[in-house]
Design a protein around this ligand. Sequence first.
Ligand code: GTP
Ligand code: MG
Length: 362
Amino acid sequence: MKVKRYMGETKQEALEKVKYNLGKDAIILSSRKIRQRGLKGLFSRPLIEIVAAVDDSVSLHESNKSESYAERINSNNGFIDFQQQGKAENKVINELDNAQMPYEKFSQLLFEKHINQLIDKEVQSKIAKKLIEEAYNIKQKENIEFSSSLENVILKYLGYSRPMATKLNRQKVVLFMGPTGVGKTTTLAKLAAIYAIEYNYDVGLITADTYRIAAIEQLKIYSDILNIPLEIVYEPKEITNALERLSSKDIIFIDTAGKSIRDTEQPEEINTLITLSGADEIFLCISASTSYQGCVNIIESYKFIEDYSIIYTKTDEVTSYGNIFNCCYISGRPMSYMTTGQNVPNDIKVLHPSIIKNNLIG
Ligand SMILES: Nc1nc2c(ncn2[C@@H]2O[C@H](COP(=O)(O)OP(=O)(O)OP(=O)(O)O)[C@@H](O)[C@H]2O)c(=O)[nH]1
Ligand SMILES: [Mg+2]
């Protein structure tokens, strides 16, 4: 049997230390208030000392489940006096998890630790706090482990994944939009290559990005390599004829110009392209390395579009996916793909909520 002494400013803090160091199966031998020695002790609040032990031979499940941890605390001036009660079943520290503790009482230390773990992964601090609060409330209500309630809360906000359907029963028009340089054209080329070569669909390309010669050339190279036609649209209204010329194709991918979110003409142009093309799938590309405020601005500037999914690009440039979580949380839009490098077509994969969840809480 290992016997150890733990101090805390509050009973909860000391209990959390016991649980953290000795595990859930720890046995409380005694608890008491003590004052620090000397002058300091006179002027400071007493500390709580808990002596605890771990002993594998005690069957924890034989404990008296009818009396909750909280009741025991309340019935004894806030202390658990196991010696007085003299029963082996009083010793179960894992009832901490089931205790009817109000949120305010939840150990501040542990609470902050959980928040900071999410912040370290780039989850925005207010969102991190909200997640931990919500997870803790659910844990209380549903009497489940904190780790599973946190997992459920994270998955709830991540929503679902909506990549393109691999089996098509009619022509599909797919439009890409997003800020400048996030990887729209490269991502489009990856999907066009996969659908043309791997799935053997008849694919056509349209570019509405005619602001730069280089943009047309970039897509022309992919169209030549993949041997698929490219239509160039200089004015949004020209898209109708371009689609007409590609009417025999199974899938048509439309590239649009990257625009600064301050560009006031963009909503109208994108709107016209979407309406005239009757796009079935709209992908907003957001770089995984965009700052939190950047994500807020991007999502705000595309909120006029009724239905779209998000492709998170350049995930190879970040180590944590908190920003992807932030985008899911604030946009409420489904995720679809993540891109993982510059190679066409290999560096793309379907993004599932579990990928983000595992990155955030392992
Ligand atoms: N590291 C990394 N780089 C990428 C990824 N996707 C695209 N890129 C690079 O990002 C740069 C810009 O890519 P583009 O596809 O031209 O981006 P865009 O959004 O079409 O840019 P504009 O049309 O100018 O708005 C290129 O150098 C790409 O190779 C990715 O997943 N990871
Ligand atoms: Mg481009």
